[in-house]
Design a protein around this ligand. Structure first.
Ligand SMILES: [Zn+2]
Length: 483
């Protein structure tokens, strides 16, 4: 069942890298490797990438790393440490190398970089790099530019060409880095830490910011939480940990060209320009900390305001069983109650409701008469399990709970309804329904951390580790690396 435990061995002297298949499962599998012999006790496979400056024995006593990628993990660590893998860092205190019992956490070489896509275009890119920089890449000798320079970039047939006054550089991937420390590259009127890469994908050019994960977070946290004073500092630290955990999950997915987008689709990232002192402090004070569950990075979710009770992930995103993403009461009274987004109301005419049903393709014509709306059953949180709409001469229309917000829109900006936790008031006269009023609580899907709840817990003096434990019960705050 299990191929050679040393699936592939490449010798580099004095450094060698060993990629081997280790096994693990949800149970606490205990397995150990002696170099050359490898008893493996488990069923599912996981690839580990290790590097060592000397032969070593490796013993892993915590096998809870199951369901990891079977793709080779990217080797991003340093070169001088006894081991370097993005995977093994989470086996804190349970690994011995040559019997020395080293901890895999707090190893500075385990920090890693992230690839953020800034642009994806089939057009020619032309702009001025404003600082001295270096161009380099596969088969391209490093070329230094003593001062800023115009560059133009275009991809054809999977090859990108960067044209400069000094000449043309071609390859699948061409990289730019600042020549001097403490100077930063620009792209699209923004400045970025780390490197700017131009990656060809057929005739498209992907512009990628490649940088240290901690530096990346400096440009993420400021866009997550707008309130910036010391009262909210613990909530900022929660945002830093959540954003770091999300990013690490993405890095481990080993996507082909980049790890994350710079937009809210993943998490908004604004580069150097958006950094603030207090946000940066929240990142630095939590350096390397992520949320883990059974020694793996947790799946993190958050929403603006839970309305008093967070939601089980399965009720929103389908059949997933994540014990730390079950609904929890957000304090009594709710921590998020004192916020502008806790309560809301919407007023509709019957014609507007009919239009929503038509737009969502529940009915084929607008010529129906609305008779009633009702919520037959609710989750513990108060959110609707479904909404039943009754029309004259039509069978009842049942909208599932997780679809209600998409079908019934907010009238303010035609965006999705703020939450599925609402009461319905129907006003009728002799001619039938004249008005429908929804009175609701919360803003967002409600899964995971409630941002307003976290802010108000922070204000009430709750430390960030307790806030995270409140919204993600059963997870651990694990420091994967230090500065
Ligand atoms: Zn809340």
């Amino acid at each position: 069942m299990v191929p050679s435990p040393f699936g592939k061995t490449t010798s580099r002297t004095p450094l060698f890298t060993v990629i081997f298949l280790a096994a693990c499962s949800f149970c606490a599998a205990i397995f150990s490797f002696a170099f050359g012999t490898a008893p493996v006790k488990s069923s599912s496979l996981t690839k580990f990438t290790l590097a060592s400056a000397a032969p070593f024995q490796f013993k892993l006593l915590d096998g809870s790393s199951s369901a990891l990628s079977t793709q080779p993990l990217r080797f991003l660590g340093g070169t001088s440490s006894a081991f370097s893998t993005p995977l093994l860092r989470f086996f804190s205190g349970s690994v011995s190398i040559n019997g020395a019992g080293q901890s895999l956490l707090n190893n500075p070489s385990l920090r890693q970089n992230i690839r953020v896509i800034l642009d994806d275009t089939d057009k020619q890119i032309s702009y001025e790099v404003k600082i001295p920089f270096v161009i380099y890449g596969e088969k391209i000798a490093e070329t230094e530019f003593e001062e800023g320079s115009e560059v133009s970039v275009k991809s054809v047939g999977g090859i990108v060409t960067v044209s400069t006054p000094k000449g043309e550089y071609t390859g699948r991937l061409i990289r730019l880095r600042a020549k001097l420390q403490d100077e930063y590259l620009n792209y699209n009127k923004k400045y970025f830490r780390g490197e700017i890469w131009f990656q060809a994908q057929n005739s498209r050019t992907l512009v990628i910011n490649y940088l240290d994960l901690e530096d990346y977070l400096l440009g993420v946290v400021p866009l997550e939480i707008g309130l910036k004073d010391n009262h909210y500092f613990e909530a900022l630290k929660c945002a830093a940990v959540a954003a770091r955990t999300f990013a690490i999950n993405r890095i481990w997915e080993n996507r082909a060209f980049y790890d994350v987008t710079a937009t809210v689709k993943d998490q908004a990232y604004g580069g150097l320009d958006v950094e603030t002192g207090i946000d940066s402090r929240s990142v630095i004070e939590t350096t390397g900390y992520i949320l883990t569950y059974k020694s793996k990075p947790a799946i993190v979710f958050y929403s603006a305001n839970c309305g008093g009770y967070t939601e089980d992930i399965a009720n929103v995103f389908g059949p997933v069983n994540l014990p730390y993403l079950k609904g929890v009461q957000d304090g009594d009274p709710p921590y998020c109650e004192r916020s502008p987004s806790f309560r809301w109301s919407e007023n509709y005419t019957p014609a507007e409701i009919i239009r929503f049903l038509f737009d969502a393709k529940y009915i084929k014509s607008l010529n129906y008469i609305l008779e009633n709306l009702e919520i037959p059953e609710r989750y513990t949180s108060g959110r609707a399990k479904s909404l039943i709409v009754r029309l004259k001469e039509h069978k009842p229309i049942v909208i599932p709970g997780n679809k209600i917000r998409e079908v019934i829109k907010s009238k303010k900006d035609n965006s999705i309804l703020r939450s599925s936790n609402f009461e319905i008031e129907i006003v009728k006269n002799g001619n039938g329904v004249t008005k429908i009023k929804l009175t609701g609580k919360g803003n967002g899907h409600g899964v995971g951390m409630c941002q307003w709840g976290a802010l108000n817990q922070s204000r009430a003096g709750v430390p960030y580790n307790e806030i995270l434990q409140h919204y993600f019960p059963g997870t651990e705050l694990t420091q994967a690396y230090t500065n």
